[in-house]
Ligand binder design. Structure first.
Ligand code: AMP
Length: 417
């Protein structure tokens, strides 16, 4: 019986894995430079963490979680996102010690039971960053700047930053009432999901993609006109710091993000060439989250980007990825001298030369073919004569040129500066 991969999952195989390593190395480089520390949280958590943290009016909690009972009957969920876990870790391990403010980043798989399509999987990967323990609007901007810096180092320019404020529990209810009042006589135009949202989470109607809901909300009141003094000042400061750093953004009144825990700043990055699933990342401030999951009031702000979507966007923009899987050298040998060749391969590796060879009994011709297929530039060929005379035959696969060379000279050839 053939067993396929579960729907919505993908194998990341060589040579594609090169792209992942490359992007991950740039994320780590930037995070390091900005003093963010890596954090690794469990892949599964108690369901309650997400129910309370993300909120049970969201699509994620309502429809998309991979939830099951473990052998003791506890409800477990594969993490659909990582912010709740990072904040929980910060509270549980009392990480306020690090100067009061914690700056963390992560890279890893997330799980959501969604309908798979281009750019949307059930197991996907996010990289993300969080600044926990401060209300300072500079933190919001640092997160956005770090996101931009990662794109810049990747050579990626085809994106747009959208920003909005979703207020706070003090001012948002007033806006929600206004929005409901405005939508009251348009209720019938809303899709079934938005009819439910109208009662439970009216803000989400604003980012529904359905035609009828778009039309119904076209001239809806804007949340930024209803912010309380604190949220208004915060938003103004965020925009002014963005301006100070020359970061381009667009204020988007429809941007409310899918998660309940956001307060004040919400932002999203959309990229060209991705069709309907064009968000490569999103984030915002979550000052109420820590309290929601059982801690004290600890403000925070963060961002999560989709790895698969970023790779799609980079490929669409024609960005080249360096290949890391090409060996320096392929050692081709006759069977009679396999032990000598085998030992040479490891001497080369000890000297830092990425040397490889063909496993299994193969003719010289087949070994050369394998080297060629792997794109290796240099080959050394060893037979009895070479072993006897302690000399190697070096072949440049690109030019076809061959020459005799000593082992020492061979090391020299691959010496990295
Ligand atoms: P969210 O927390 O839902 O805003 O997700 C942040 C980012 O993760 C999105 O902007 C996407 O780039 C990515 N993402 C979210 N869900 C999926 C999915 N099902 N498949 C692939 N990428 C996703």
């Amino acid at each position: 019986m053939k067993i396929g991969a579960p729907k919505g999952t993908r194998y990341i195989l060589p040579p594609e894995i090169n792209k992942w390593h490359y992007i991950e190395s740039i994320i780590r480089e930037v995070m390091n430079l900005y003093s963010f520390y890596e954090i690794r949280t469990p892949i599964f958590e108690y369901t309650e963490l997400f129910q309370r943290g993300i909120g049970d009016t969201t699509d994620i909690v309502n429809k998309e979680m991979y939830t099951f009972l473990d052998k003791k009957g506890r409800s477990i969920t594969l993490r659909p996102e990582n912010t709740a876990s990072v904040v929980r870790a910060y509270i549980e391990h009392k990480m306020y010690g690090l100067g009061g403010v914690g700056k963390f980043y992560y890279i890893g798989p997330m799980f959501r039971y969604e309908r798979p399509q281009a750019g949307r999987q059930r197991q996907f990967h996010q990289y993300g960053m969080e600044i926990i323990g401060t209300k300072d609007p500079k933190a919001d901007v640092e997160i956005i700047k770090a996101t931009e810096e990662i794109y810049k180092r990747l050579g990626f320019t085809d994106y747009k930053i959208l920003i909005n404020s979703v207020g706070c529990p003090k001012c948002r209810p007033y806006y929600e009432e206004e929005l409901k009042l405005y939508l009251k006589d348009k209720y019938d135009q809303l899709c079934d999901d938005c009819k439910v949202r109208y009662h439970k989470n009216p803000l989400r109607i604003l980012d529904c993609k359905r035609e009828g809901c778009r039309r119904a909300t076209e001239s809806a009141p804007k949340i930024i006109d209803y912010l309380c003094e604190e949220c208004k000042i915060h938003f103004e400061k965020v925009l002014s710091y963005l301006d100070a750093l020359n970061i381009k953004y667009e204020i988007n009144h429809r941007l409310v993000r899918g998660l309940d825990y956001y307060t004040k700043t919400a932002f999203e990055v959309i990229a060209g060439g991705l069709g309907a699933q064009d968000a490569v990342g999103g984030g915002g401030r979550y000052d109420g989250l820590a309290q929601e999951i059982g801690g004290k009031e600890i403000p925070g702000v963060g961002f999560a980007g989709g790895m698969e979507r970023l790779i799609l966007a980079l490929s669409h923009a024609g960005i080249e990825f360096p290949r890391e899987d090409i060996q320096d050298l392929f050692v081709v040998f006759r069977e009679e001298v396999e032990k000598e060749a085998f030992a040479l391969i490891f001497r080369l590796r000890e000297k830092g030369v990425k040397a490889d060879y063909a496993l299994g009994k193969k003719s010289i011709k087949a070994q050369l073919k394998e080297a060629d297929k792997k794109g290796v530039k240099y080959v050394v060929i060893i037979g009895e004569e070479e072993v006897e005379k302690k000399i190697l035959t070096l072949k440049n696969m690109e030019t076809g040129e061959g020459k005799k060379i000593t082992e020492k000279e061979l090391y020299k050839l691959f010496e990295k500066e």
